[in-house]
Each structure stands twice: as C-alpha cells, then as structure tokens.
Ligand binder design. Structure first.
Ligand code: AMP
Ligand code: MN
Ligand code: MN
Ligand code: MN
Length: 295
C-alpha cells in the first residue's frame, strides 16, 4: 500500500491518476501565512489545484484542519511541513511530504525547533531598537497568529505598517536579510535532524526553493551530495520564487542527481506572495514529479 494511504488518518480523497496542478508548498496562519488552513484549502481548490500539501514553517498544527477541509472539497491532500535548518551557516528550508503527522520523532523535533523562535524575536527587537526603531518586538507580536511561531514575516508586516519601508521586500532588503541590522543568527535544526524526523515519520524530504540561497554553484553541489547521502529524494524545481532560469537550472540538477522534482507556490497570502496557489511554473515534462513517491 502506498505511504500516502498508510499515513492518512483523514477522510481520504484518492489522488488524481495524473495530477494536472499539484501545489506542494504554501503557508497558513499556523505559521506566517495570512489565511487559516481551511481558507488556504478553499483557495487552492478554487484555483484548480488537484493535489495539495500545506507546508507551514516548523509546525504541523494545521494539518488536521487542512485535511478535513480538503476532504469536504474533494481535494486530494498530502501532509507537509517546511523545516528551518542551517547548513554551514546558511539557513536552508527542507520540505517534508507524506508523513505521519503524529509521529513522536517529528512532533518532538519540531517542538524543540520552534522553542528558539521567541528568544530570537526578542533579540531582533533589541537589534532594531539599537538602530533607533523601538517597540518592534511588541509590534510584530501583534501580527503573530500562532504564539509558538513568530517569523521574520511578522516583523516585516509590522515594519511596513509603521512606514519603515514601502513593502515587505524593502524591509527584508534593508533590515531583515542576513547582514542587515535586524537580522540575528539563530541555531536551526541540522540537515541530518530534519531528514531523520521526516524519514522516521515515513515522509519524503525535498529541498525548498534552491534558487533562493546565496550559495556558490560548488557549495550547492556539496549540499546536494550531502542531502542525497542522507536520503533526500527531491528538489523544488518550480517555485513561486524561481525565475524561468532557475527552473531550467534546477531541472538540470534534478536530472544530474536523479532527484524527483517538486512544485509549489510558496503562497503566504493574497497580495503578499510571488504567485497564487497552483500558479508556479509547470515542471519540465521529462522530470519525475515528487507525488510519484507518495501517492
Ligand atoms: P524566518 O523563518 O523567521 O527566518 O522567516 C522566514 C520567512 O520570511 C520566509 O518564510 C518568508 O515568509 C519571509 N521572507 C524571507 N525573505 C523574504 C524576502 N526577501 N521577501 C519577502 N519575504 C521574505
Ligand atoms: Mn514564510
Ligand atoms: Mn522557505
Ligand atoms: Mn515557504
């Protein structure tokens, strides 16, 4: 029996034989998205998504609501998460798909990972106060929808609201990206931890939006070698944050490493995302879509 069925305690909508529009990367208000999981499910379905995963940052608390709503809509659903890791001092995101969301290794690992976020956020607030922007921690908390999951996106929304920059991208560029005054280093999970948790729970590990990392081509290959050695099976070739050149480049790397290919919008909310649900570029037809490993 495929892992998808084994790991699905929810009302089960069989995945399409040949999905026309799968979206395996997006966020709800359980992390730094703007919509609750049920609303994300409805929007995915309305946009023509026919196979969907919710992948909140470091938290799987939205899976049950997402799965229930997807079942009501007749939308095939896969459990997902986007895990924050650090590899050789570079923050990287690993998407896990098709796991048992009750597995203790995954549940406990994510809980430990989340617990550092509050203290990090306080240090970010202190760092911004030191350059003359006080009260940002409290302000950002006003945008938080899950007290266990405060993210830089919440800081960005508050800083835009007080006119520090015109838009979210501007805030990241000047204040919240690595090397900028509001950025503080943080101990995330290791690559091995994240893959262990995903694999223990029966899931598949996917490198999220590889085009987003400030890494040389050589470092990307070193990373992918390690990822593959540890059992990583797929990379996001089509992402809302990828340019057409990124899609071509990471398609080549997927072929080279014999990785499966994933696709996801990285939707966070209306008017706050690169693309809407279901609207990432199509995958090159010769690649092996990642849903084959879980459906
Ligand atoms: P954190 O997990 O707290 O480090 O926050 C990372 C989140 O910040 C990402 O998931 C995005 O939601 C957001 N983010 C990071 N970089 C950017 C950017 N350049 N533009 C817009 N949002 C960003
Ligand atoms: Mn985010
Ligand atoms: Mn990400
Ligand atoms: Mn994401």
């Amino acid at each position: 029996m495929p892992a998808f069925v084994l790991n699905s305690p929810f009302a089960f909508v069989p995945p399409p034989v040949n999905p026309a529009n799968f979206d395996f990367h997006c966020h709800s208000s359980v992390s730094d998205g703007l919509l609750p999981p049920a609303a994300v499910a409805r929007r995915a379905s309305a946009n023509g998504v026919d196979l969907w995963a919710l992948t909140d940052h470091d938290d799987i608390g939205g899976i049950a609501e997402a799965a229930e709503t997807a079942a009501e809509l007749g939308l095939a659903f896969v459990a997902g998460v986007e895990i924050s890791i650090e590899w050789r001092e570079t923050p990287i995101h690993i998407v896990g798909l098709g796991f048992d969301h009750c597995h203790p290794s995954l549940v406990d690992g994510l809980e430990a990972l989340r617990s550092g976020r509050l203290e990090r956020a306080q240090r970010m607030g202190d760092a911004l106060a030191a350059i003359g922007i006080p009260g940002v921690f409290a302000g950002a908390m006003g945008y938080v929808t899950n007290p266990n999951l405060i993210s830089r996106a919440h800081f960005a929304r508050y800083l835009v609201s007080i006119g520090i920059a015109r838009d979210i991208a501007g805030v990241f560029q000047h204040y919240l990206a690595p090397g900028k005054p509001g950025y503080v280093d943080h101990r995330w999970a290791t690559l091995a931890d994240a893959l262990d948790w995903i694999h223990a729970a029966g899931g598949v590990a996917v490198l999220a939006h590889p085009g987003r990392y400030k890494m040389s081509g050589g470092d990307m290959r070193k990373f992918l070698d390690e990822f593959k050695d540890l059992g990583g099976q797929a990379i996001e070739v089509a992402s809302g944050s990828h340019s057409p050149d990124h899609v071509l480049h990471f398609a080549r790397l997927a072929r080279h490493y014999a990785f499966h290919a994933s696709r996801g919008s990285d939707f966070h909310g209306p008017e706050e995302s690169y693309v809407d649900l279901g609207q990432a570029a199509p995958l090159p037809l010769d690649l092996k879509p990642v849903w084959r490993l879980i459906c």
